[in-house]
Design a protein around this ligand. Structure first.
Ligand code: PRP
Ligand code: ZN
Length: 285
Protein backbone atom coordinates (compact mmCIF):
# COMPACT_ATOMS: atom_id res chain seq x y z
CA UNK A 1 0.00 0.00 0.00
CA UNK A 2 1.45 3.38 -0.88
CA UNK A 3 1.85 6.12 1.68
CA UNK A 4 0.18 9.53 1.61
CA UNK A 5 2.82 12.12 0.67
CA UNK A 6 2.54 15.35 2.67
CA UNK A 7 4.47 18.45 1.56
CA UNK A 8 5.38 20.97 4.24
CA UNK A 9 7.60 24.05 4.14
CA UNK A 10 11.26 23.21 4.64
CA UNK A 11 12.29 26.50 6.21
CA UNK A 12 10.27 29.62 6.94
CA UNK A 13 7.23 31.09 8.67
CA UNK A 14 5.14 27.90 8.44
CA UNK A 15 7.64 25.12 8.97
CA UNK A 16 7.68 24.93 12.77
CA UNK A 17 3.90 25.03 13.16
CA UNK A 18 3.34 22.54 10.32
CA UNK A 19 5.77 20.17 11.97
CA UNK A 20 4.08 20.63 15.34
CA UNK A 21 0.60 20.05 13.91
CA UNK A 22 1.63 16.65 12.54
CA UNK A 23 3.23 15.76 15.88
CA UNK A 24 0.08 16.80 17.74
CA UNK A 25 -1.81 14.43 15.44
CA UNK A 26 0.35 11.67 16.92
CA UNK A 27 2.56 11.32 13.84
CA UNK A 28 6.18 10.63 14.71
CA UNK A 29 8.94 11.37 12.24
CA UNK A 30 12.51 12.54 12.24
CA UNK A 31 13.50 15.77 10.56
CA UNK A 32 17.19 16.16 9.97
CA UNK A 33 18.04 19.66 8.78
CA UNK A 34 19.11 18.59 5.32
CA UNK A 35 16.75 15.74 4.56
CA UNK A 36 14.15 16.37 1.88
CA UNK A 37 11.98 13.42 2.71
CA UNK A 38 11.17 11.27 5.71
CA UNK A 39 8.66 8.56 6.62
CA UNK A 40 6.51 8.60 9.73
CA UNK A 41 7.18 5.62 11.97
CA UNK A 42 3.59 5.11 13.18
CA UNK A 43 1.30 6.36 10.38
CA UNK A 44 1.33 5.62 6.61
CA UNK A 45 2.61 9.01 5.49
CA UNK A 46 5.77 10.38 3.96
CA UNK A 47 6.78 13.99 4.63
CA UNK A 48 8.43 16.05 1.89
CA UNK A 49 10.22 19.26 2.93
CA UNK A 50 9.82 21.79 0.11
CA UNK A 51 9.75 25.52 -0.65
CA UNK A 52 6.21 26.73 0.03
CA UNK A 53 6.23 28.44 -3.39
CA UNK A 54 6.57 25.03 -5.07
CA UNK A 55 3.93 23.17 -3.03
CA UNK A 56 0.82 24.09 -5.12
CA UNK A 57 2.44 22.86 -8.32
CA UNK A 58 3.75 19.67 -6.73
CA UNK A 59 0.31 18.88 -5.29
CA UNK A 60 -1.34 19.52 -8.65
CA UNK A 61 1.17 17.15 -10.32
CA UNK A 62 0.86 14.66 -7.44
CA UNK A 63 4.53 14.77 -6.58
CA UNK A 64 2.90 15.28 -3.16
CA UNK A 65 -0.68 14.21 -2.41
CA UNK A 66 -1.42 16.98 0.06
CA UNK A 67 0.36 20.10 1.29
CA UNK A 68 0.37 22.51 4.21
CA UNK A 69 1.05 26.12 3.23
CA UNK A 70 -0.28 29.68 3.34
CA UNK A 71 -3.42 30.68 1.43
CA UNK A 72 -1.30 33.50 -0.02
CA UNK A 73 0.71 30.96 -2.06
CA UNK A 74 -2.38 28.94 -2.97
CA UNK A 75 -4.12 32.02 -4.39
CA UNK A 76 -1.00 33.35 -6.10
CA UNK A 77 -0.12 30.08 -7.84
CA UNK A 78 -3.77 29.35 -8.76
CA UNK A 79 -3.19 25.63 -9.39
CA UNK A 80 -5.86 22.97 -9.75
CA UNK A 81 -5.93 21.73 -6.14
CA UNK A 82 -8.60 21.46 -3.43
CA UNK A 83 -8.37 23.57 -0.28
CA UNK A 84 -9.56 21.25 2.48
CA UNK A 85 -9.28 23.15 5.73
CA UNK A 86 -7.97 26.35 7.30
CA UNK A 87 -5.52 25.52 10.05
CA UNK A 88 -5.63 28.61 12.26
CA UNK A 89 -1.92 29.50 12.24
CA UNK A 90 0.53 31.62 10.18
CA UNK A 91 -1.95 34.48 9.96
CA UNK A 92 -0.65 37.26 7.74
CA UNK A 93 -1.72 39.64 4.99
CA UNK A 94 -0.47 40.59 1.57
CA UNK A 95 0.01 44.33 1.62
CA UNK A 96 1.35 47.24 -0.36
CA UNK A 97 3.97 49.33 1.42
CA UNK A 98 5.73 52.56 0.52
CA UNK A 99 8.73 54.46 1.96
CA UNK A 100 7.60 55.92 5.28
CA UNK A 101 8.48 59.50 4.33
CA UNK A 102 6.07 59.43 1.35
CA UNK A 103 2.47 60.59 1.63
CA UNK A 104 -0.10 58.01 0.56
CA UNK A 105 -2.92 59.42 -1.53
CA UNK A 106 -4.97 56.25 -2.12
CA UNK A 107 -4.59 53.57 -4.83
CA UNK A 108 -3.83 56.34 -7.37
CA UNK A 109 -0.48 56.75 -5.61
CA UNK A 110 0.76 53.67 -7.49
CA UNK A 111 -0.01 55.10 -10.97
CA UNK A 112 3.08 54.64 -13.17
CA UNK A 113 5.16 53.49 -10.20
CA UNK A 114 7.33 50.39 -10.02
CA UNK A 115 6.27 47.81 -7.41
CA UNK A 116 8.49 44.91 -6.32
CA UNK A 117 6.75 41.67 -5.35
CA UNK A 118 6.82 37.87 -5.29
CA UNK A 119 3.05 37.95 -5.90
CA UNK A 120 2.69 39.24 -9.48
CA UNK A 121 -0.69 37.58 -10.09
CA UNK A 122 -2.43 38.93 -6.99
CA UNK A 123 -0.84 42.35 -7.40
CA UNK A 124 -1.87 42.68 -11.05
CA UNK A 125 -5.46 41.71 -10.10
CA UNK A 126 -5.48 44.46 -7.48
CA UNK A 127 -4.09 47.02 -9.92
CA UNK A 128 -6.64 46.04 -12.57
CA UNK A 129 -9.54 46.34 -10.09
CA UNK A 130 -8.36 49.82 -9.16
CA UNK A 131 -7.65 50.89 -12.76
CA UNK A 132 -4.00 51.54 -12.00
CA UNK A 133 -1.20 51.16 -14.51
CA UNK A 134 2.03 50.27 -12.74
CA UNK A 135 5.14 48.27 -13.44
CA UNK A 136 5.51 44.99 -11.55
CA UNK A 137 9.09 44.01 -10.71
CA UNK A 138 8.97 40.30 -9.85
CA UNK A 139 11.59 39.18 -7.33
CA UNK A 140 11.65 35.96 -5.37
CA UNK A 141 12.99 37.07 -2.00
CA UNK A 142 14.05 40.04 0.17
CA UNK A 143 11.41 42.15 -1.53
CA UNK A 144 11.45 44.76 1.23
CA UNK A 145 14.92 46.04 0.39
CA UNK A 146 13.90 46.94 -3.20
CA UNK A 147 12.93 50.60 -2.52
CA UNK A 148 16.05 51.16 -0.39
CA UNK A 149 18.37 50.09 -3.21
CA UNK A 150 16.49 52.00 -5.90
CA UNK A 151 14.96 48.93 -7.55
CA UNK A 152 11.32 49.93 -6.99
CA UNK A 153 9.10 52.68 -5.58
CA UNK A 154 6.97 50.37 -3.45
CA UNK A 155 6.57 46.72 -2.44
CA UNK A 156 3.73 44.23 -2.28
CA UNK A 157 4.64 41.54 0.23
CA UNK A 158 3.58 39.41 3.18
CA UNK A 159 3.24 41.21 6.50
CA UNK A 160 2.93 39.29 9.71
CA UNK A 161 4.29 41.21 12.70
CA UNK A 162 5.26 44.16 10.51
CA UNK A 163 8.84 44.18 11.77
CA UNK A 164 10.42 43.49 8.36
CA UNK A 165 8.66 46.54 6.91
CA UNK A 166 9.71 48.67 9.85
CA UNK A 167 13.39 47.71 9.66
CA UNK A 168 13.33 48.63 5.98
CA UNK A 169 11.74 52.04 6.52
CA UNK A 170 8.48 51.08 4.85
CA UNK A 171 4.90 51.82 5.81
CA UNK A 172 1.95 49.51 5.05
CA UNK A 173 -0.72 51.45 3.16
CA UNK A 174 -3.14 48.94 1.69
CA UNK A 175 -3.97 45.29 2.33
CA UNK A 176 -4.86 43.08 -0.63
CA UNK A 177 -5.49 39.71 1.01
CA UNK A 178 -5.71 38.02 4.40
CA UNK A 179 -4.11 34.63 4.77
CA UNK A 180 -3.55 31.72 7.13
CA UNK A 181 -2.19 28.19 6.78
CA UNK A 182 -4.39 25.69 4.95
CA UNK A 183 -4.22 22.08 3.89
CA UNK A 184 -4.59 21.43 0.16
CA UNK A 185 -4.96 18.17 -1.72
CA UNK A 186 -4.60 16.70 -5.17
CA UNK A 187 -7.97 16.14 -6.88
CA UNK A 188 -7.39 12.52 -7.90
CA UNK A 189 -6.43 10.60 -4.78
CA UNK A 190 -7.03 6.85 -4.96
CA UNK A 191 -9.17 5.13 -2.30
CA UNK A 192 -6.19 4.05 -0.24
CA UNK A 193 -4.77 7.59 -0.03
CA UNK A 194 -8.19 9.14 0.50
CA UNK A 195 -8.65 6.77 3.45
CA UNK A 196 -5.35 7.88 5.01
CA UNK A 197 -6.25 11.52 4.38
CA UNK A 198 -9.65 11.10 6.08
CA UNK A 199 -7.92 9.68 9.17
CA UNK A 200 -5.44 12.55 9.17
CA UNK A 201 -8.19 15.17 8.77
CA UNK A 202 -10.10 13.61 11.68
CA UNK A 203 -7.01 14.08 13.86
CA UNK A 204 -6.31 17.59 12.59
CA UNK A 205 -9.88 18.66 13.41
CA UNK A 206 -9.59 17.17 16.91
CA UNK A 207 -6.37 19.14 17.49
CA UNK A 208 -7.90 22.33 16.06
CA UNK A 209 -11.08 22.06 18.13
CA UNK A 210 -8.98 21.49 21.22
CA UNK A 211 -6.96 24.65 20.57
CA UNK A 212 -10.06 26.73 19.98
CA UNK A 213 -11.66 25.66 23.26
CA UNK A 214 -10.87 25.59 26.98
CA UNK A 215 -12.16 23.34 29.71
CA UNK A 216 -13.60 25.41 32.54
CA UNK A 217 -14.44 24.45 36.14
CA UNK A 218 -16.00 26.69 38.74
CA UNK A 219 -17.96 26.73 41.97
CA UNK A 220 -21.34 28.39 42.14
CA UNK A 221 -24.17 28.90 44.60
CA UNK A 222 -27.21 26.83 43.56
CA UNK A 223 -29.32 29.94 43.02
CA UNK A 224 -26.86 31.07 40.28
CA UNK A 225 -26.90 27.69 38.53
CA UNK A 226 -29.49 28.55 35.91
CA UNK A 227 -27.79 31.81 34.91
CA UNK A 228 -24.33 30.17 34.75
CA UNK A 229 -25.55 27.31 32.55
CA UNK A 230 -26.94 29.95 30.22
CA UNK A 231 -23.50 31.62 30.00
CA UNK A 232 -21.68 28.28 29.58
CA UNK A 233 -23.72 26.07 27.26
CA UNK A 234 -20.84 23.57 26.79
CA UNK A 235 -20.65 20.89 24.09
CA UNK A 236 -24.01 19.37 24.99
CA UNK A 237 -24.71 20.93 28.38
CA UNK A 238 -22.56 21.58 31.47
CA UNK A 239 -21.71 18.87 34.02
CA UNK A 240 -22.97 19.70 37.51
CA UNK A 241 -21.53 18.06 40.63
CA UNK A 242 -22.59 18.70 44.23
CA UNK A 243 -20.10 20.29 46.64
CA UNK A 244 -19.69 19.20 50.27
CA UNK A 245 -20.86 22.64 51.33
CA UNK A 246 -24.65 22.89 51.25
CA UNK A 247 -26.16 25.17 48.64
CA UNK A 248 -23.10 25.01 46.33
CA UNK A 249 -22.15 23.03 43.26
CA UNK A 250 -19.25 22.63 40.84
CA UNK A 251 -19.90 23.28 37.16
CA UNK A 252 -17.70 21.89 34.35
CA UNK A 253 -18.00 23.03 30.77
CA UNK A 254 -16.19 24.02 27.59
CA UNK A 255 -15.78 27.58 26.38
CA UNK A 256 -14.48 28.95 23.10
CA UNK A 257 -11.07 30.57 23.38
CA UNK A 258 -12.18 33.74 21.57
CA UNK A 259 -15.23 34.21 23.82
CA UNK A 260 -13.27 33.36 26.91
CA UNK A 261 -12.62 36.75 28.57
CA UNK A 262 -16.19 37.96 28.03
CA UNK A 263 -17.59 34.81 29.57
CA UNK A 264 -15.28 34.99 32.60
CA UNK A 265 -16.61 38.44 33.48
CA UNK A 266 -20.20 37.34 33.05
CA UNK A 267 -19.54 34.28 35.23
CA UNK A 268 -18.02 36.34 38.03
CA UNK A 269 -20.92 38.75 37.92
CA UNK A 270 -23.33 35.82 38.15
CA UNK A 271 -21.63 34.63 41.37
CA UNK A 272 -19.07 32.06 40.16
CA UNK A 273 -16.00 31.46 42.35
CA UNK A 274 -12.77 29.49 42.08
CA UNK A 275 -12.75 29.50 38.30
CA UNK A 276 -10.17 27.13 36.75
CA UNK A 277 -9.41 27.13 33.03
CA UNK A 278 -7.58 24.15 31.57
CA UNK A 279 -6.22 23.52 28.07
CA UNK A 280 -7.76 20.64 26.13
CA UNK A 281 -5.42 18.29 24.32
CA UNK A 282 -7.83 16.69 21.82
CA UNK A 283 -11.51 17.36 21.27
CA UNK A 284 -13.71 15.07 19.17
CA UNK A 285 -17.17 16.44 18.44
C1 PRP B 1 7.39 37.07 4.66
C2 PRP B 1 7.84 38.38 4.04
C3 PRP B 1 8.71 38.99 5.08
C4 PRP B 1 8.19 38.43 6.36
C5 PRP B 1 7.32 39.43 7.06
O1 PRP B 1 8.21 36.02 4.32
O2 PRP B 1 8.51 38.19 2.83
O3 PRP B 1 10.05 38.63 4.89
O4 PRP B 1 7.41 37.28 6.06
O5 PRP B 1 7.08 39.05 8.38
P1 PRP B 1 7.02 40.16 9.55
O6 PRP B 1 5.93 41.13 9.17
O7 PRP B 1 6.66 39.35 10.78
O8 PRP B 1 8.36 40.78 9.64
P2 PRP B 1 7.66 34.53 4.02
O9 PRP B 1 8.19 33.62 5.04
O10 PRP B 1 6.19 34.54 3.81
O11 PRP B 1 8.30 34.38 2.61
P3 PRP B 1 9.25 33.29 1.95
O12 PRP B 1 8.52 31.97 2.00
O13 PRP B 1 9.37 33.80 0.54
O14 PRP B 1 10.52 33.32 2.74
ZN1 ZN C 1 8.44 31.02 0.16
Amino acid sequence: MSKLKIAIQKKGRLSENSHRLLEECGIKFSNGTDVLKTSAVNFPVEILFLRDDDIPQYVEQQVADIGILGENMVFEKNKDVTVLEQLGFAHCRLSLAIPKESTFTGPGYFMNKKIATSYPRLLSEYLKENNITAEIEEISGSVEIAPGIGLADAVCDIVSSGSTLMTNGLCEVSSILKSQAVIISNKNLDNNKQGILDKLLFRIRAVKNAKENKYILLNAPLEALHEICRILPGVKSPTILPLEEKGWCSIHSVVKEDEFWDRINQLKNAGAEGILVIPIEKMIL
